[in-house]
Design a protein around this ligand. Structure first.
Ligand SMILES: Nc1nc2c(c(=O)[nH]1)N[C@H]1C(S)=C(S)[C@@H](COP(=O)(O)OP(=O)(O)OC[C@H]3O[C@@H](n4cnc5c(=O)[nH]c(N)nc54)[C@H](O)[C@@H]3O)O[C@H]1N2
Ligand SMILES: Nc1nc2c(c(=O)[nH]1)N[C@H]1C(S)=C(S)[C@@H](COP(=O)(O)OP(=O)(O)OC[C@H]3O[C@@H](n4cnc5c(=O)[nH]c(N)nc54)[C@H](O)[C@@H]3O)O[C@H]1N2
Ligand code: SF4
Ligand SMILES: [Mo]
Length: 733
């Protein structure tokens, strides 16, 4: 950057979380110097959070990796791309030939979800190698939902969203949109929109073991962690009992109602109250309000997904939306339309549908094997090499007492594609530098652009705001080159592989006229926009820089149409596997809950200034040296601890010591610990290293016993723990 360079303002959108807020970015030379909310963005209208406007600190961080790195012993060396690709390619080939294709795995993290083109190339590489050993932190947040969508509606991506703009009754379980920005549906500035519901006479109800930030926009109800199954079963039963179901719609467009009715029959409001802490009267009152609303929607997210019954919970929640006549109805829950019908394409291709490809019979959902099996698979030699793209599994995944650290350290080949050398990067043999989202052309997340999960449908497109450093390469390029070097034919055709080879050379040619010939992400996205019947890239940049509002979803376009992909065109209210698992487990888990009702349960806590592990290195965002264990005042008193004092928290899997914060936001007998801390080994992250905190996932179990069998989800919330005042001295207050 030259200080005399003019400052130019470019319009883009944030891709740190799924809210995809519009941003204005000041660029001087090729350097980002300021980021502000875009007041003219058609949906976010000037809303953004601190993570978006401070992304320049990630972008410009001196810790960023800007050339391929190779570890030799404990030392890191910069190497050329040619060397990196050739060495990694031949090692992949060696592993595949010697130990079978599945010995070479992949793990993708949440930031990978914002990259709309990378999955095409990533999947093509692994298909070409013949490896199905793909993991993702998707099995930490949401594969239960995809499983249910597949069984009820016929495709994992036929996903409904709450019609927040028109609803009169919204009930949110296990989500905190004020902090998280929502997940699996896209809507920035959630609090403002929830407040608008109350203002027009509707109700917004949060069901959560912590009185969350979102609750400022509605009512809050405590629920004992991981008991939502009983609340939802009783809600469903009460709805049926009190005549709150639309029998006409059920008869015409759904199947399995009588089985559903039988499944929930035993779960009276009184019975659920014994474990949830929500009184029978309160539940009845909520059902009555739901019934009387002209448009009602239930929504749930990670807090419930990460429990022991995430799939069953989402099934019952979707059933409530459907049988009450609110599915496909304005103000209820709607099924959107994207640029392409990704749900249908995925159904037809069959590759991402739920299936068993593992030798132990555990399920893969949307192509992802359970991340809770990572350590087992590595220790038992099923996995010997891995690419980790945009993830930090040592902090994010179940890691009982550090078991994952040891397993990753023993891999024969570990390659990380990242912006930084994070904790898992420390253990890698190679780190390949990737661009940030400011350096990528993109349309918003796939679920927004290609599935249409957004209450305010719109489309936007952004070119890269700045050029990536010279020696940084896009994921699509890395995967194409690795395929070539490992002798794998992407997309199954030699001529396509030859074109891809040519394209990787053209895209980074030193001659501008050759670069112009490359099939770039810009050109691919231009094609997608046009295929969706929208203006192409150039028009978007010239005329719709702040987004283009699309037709509002009027509902009545799903049920009874060929968009229901179940084969017979009916929504399935009683998938046989779910009924079986419910019958086998519900009573036993209930008995367990009753027996342990006085035990502590651990939940997570997202913080507005932190994006999982990825913003931990930004000094402006992270000032505390550590995270804390949040405890209700009566629990703290009983344990004899005050804010700042240390407690020892132990589960059946691990033990940590952490300082306490006493908070009346907490439900008694619940402890909340912000996850994705524990940076003690982060020598590639100069700030995070000094603010390490404690890794709460040392307390989470892994292996088959801690995986939800229907969806492969890890059990990360509602973990039974024991707490006592620590004998050790507090390091922070
Ligand atoms: N106990 C508990 N554990 C949890 C959760 C919980 O609620 N409770 N939540 C779970 C959930 S939902 C998730 S998604 C995981 C999150 O964990 P992960 O999915 O592993 O994601 P992050 O920590 O966000 O990101 C990890 C890395 O991505 C890199 N990165 C950022 N942007 C890019 C990019 O554009 N390209 C590339 N190549 N790299 C990039 C960052 O530098 C960082 O090193 O944690 C899970 N863990
Ligand atoms: N600021 C910020 N934003 C983020 C992220 C981040 O790390 N920081 N991560 C992003 C990612 S990867 C994701 S997947 C999304 C997740 O988005 P959300 O699902 O909205 O995530 P959380 O804010 O963790 O909300 C989960 C809530 O569930 C509650 N909870 C825990 N256990 C239970 C339970 O058993 N029952 C019920 N009813 N509630 C329970 C917790 O108290 C918490 O409030 O957020 C994304 N946005
Ligand atoms: S809410 Fe999400 S998308 Fe919006 S600015 Fe914050 S991190 Fe970015
Ligand atoms: Mo996530």
């Amino acid at each position: 950057m030259n200080n005399n360079d003019a400052v130019e303002t470019r319009i883009t959108f944030c891709r740190t979380c799924e809210a995809t807020c519009g941003l204005e970015v000041d660029v001087q030379g090729n350097r980002v110097v300021d980021i502000r909310p875009d007041k003219q963005h058609v949906v976010s209208k000037g809303y953004s959070c601190v993570k978006g406007i401070h992304f320049d600190k990630v972008q410009n961080s001196p810790d960023r990796i800007t050339s391929p790195q190779k570890r030799v012993g404990d030392e890191w060396h910069s190497i050329s791309w040619d060397q990196a690709i050739a060495e990694i390619g031949s090692k992949i080939r060696h592993l595949v030939d010697r130990h079978g294709a599945d010995s070479f795995a992949h793990l993708v993290g949440s930031a990978g979800g914002a990259n709309v083109l990378a999955p095409l190339y990533r999947n093509a590489l692994y298909q070409a190698l013949g490896s199905r050993r793909m993991y993702g932190t998707g099995t930490c947040d949401t594969t239960n939902k995809f499983r249910v969508c597949e069984d009820m509606y016929g495709s994992p991506f036929r996903l409904a969203y709450p019609d927040v703009e028109r609803t009169e009754f919204l009930m949110v379980l296990g989500a905190n949109p004020a902090v998280s920005g929502n997940t699996l549906y896209h809507l920035p500035g959630a609090v403002r929109r929830f407040k608008a519901i109350t203002k027009r006479g509707g109700r917004v109800v949060f069901i959560n073991p912590r009185r969350i930030e979102s609750a400022q926009a509605g009512e809050h109800n405590f629920i004992r962690p991981d008991t939502d199954l009983y609340f939802l079963a009783a809600f469903c039963r009460e709805l049926i009992e009190s005549g709150g179901v639309d029998r006409g719609a059920i008869e015409k467009t759904m199947k399995g109602f009588s089985v559903l009715e039988e499944v929930v029959a035993a779960w009276t409001p009184e019975r659920q109250a014994e474990v949830t802490g929500i009184s029978a009267d309160r539940l009845r009152e909520l059902v009555a309000a739901h019934k009387n609303a002209n448009g009602a929607a239930l929504y749930m997210a990670t807090g419930v997904n990460q429990g022991r019954s995430g799939t069953l919970c989402f099934w019952l929640l979707e059933c409530i939306n459907a049988i009450s006549g609110n599915l496909d109805k304005p103000g209820g829950s709607l099924i959107g339309e994207g640029l392409i019908d990704m749900a249908k394409q995925v159904k037809e291709a069959g590759t991402l549908t739920a299936q068993v490809v593992r030798e132990d019979g555990l399920i893969s959902v949307v192509g992802l094997q359970p991340s809770g099996m990572l350590a087992d698979d590595m220790e038992q030699g099923r996995v010997r090499g891995m690419i980790v793209e945009a993830s930090n599994p040592l902090l994010a995944c179940s890691n009982p007492n550090g078991r994952l650290d040891r397993a990753f350290a023993d891999l024969e080949l570990l390659v990380c594609i990242d912006l930084f050398r994070n904790e898992v990067g420390n253990l890698a043999h190679y780190i390949l530098p990737a661009p940030t989202w400011l350096e990528r052309a993109e349309v918003p997340y796939a679920l927004q652009s290609f599935v249409g999960c957004t209450p305010l449908p719109y489309m936007t497109y952004s070119d890269a705001v700045v050029a990536a450093p010279d020696n940084v390469r896009h994921e699509w390029w890395i995967y194409s080159r690795l395929a070539e070097a490992a002798g794998a034919t992407m997309f199954g055709k030699k001529w396509i592989a030859a074109l891809l080879k040519l394209n990787t050379r053209l895209a980074y040619s030193s001659k501008p006229w050759l670069r112009k010939l490359a099939l770039t992400p810009e050109k691919m996205l231009d094609g997608m926009l046009k295929q969706g019947g929208l203006p192409g890239r150039k028009k978007f940049l010239a005329q719709h820089r702040h987004g283009l509002l699309l037709k509002q979803n009027s509902g009545n376009n799903f049920l009874g149409t060929d968009r229901v992909l179940t084969g017979d065109g009916k929504v399935n209210l009683a998938p046989a596997d779910y009924v079986e698992v419910f019958k086998a487990r519900a009573e036993a888990l209930f008995a367990d809950e009753l027996e342990k009702r006085n035990h502590f349960k651990l939940i997570g806590k997202r913080e507005i200034k932190r994006m999982n592990t990825a913003s931990a290195n930004v000094p402006r965002l992270v000032k505390d040296e550590t995270n804390y264990a949040y405890l209700a005042p009566e629990d703290a008193q009983e344990l004899g601890v005050r804010s700042g004092e240390l407690v020892d928290v132990a589960s059946d899997y691990g033990e940590i010591s952490i300082p306490v914060k006493v908070s009346d936001e907490m439900m008694p007998r619940t402890v909340a610990i912000p996850q994705c801390w524990g940076h003690k080994k982060a020598d590639g992250l100069s700030h995070a290293r000094l603010h390490p905190g404690v890794n709460s996932n040392y307390l989470a179990g892994d292996g088959e016993a801690n995986i939800e069998a229907l969806s492969g989800m890890s059990h990360l919330s509602g973990i039974f723990v024991r707490i006592k005042k620590s004998d050790r001295l507090a390091v922070a207050s």
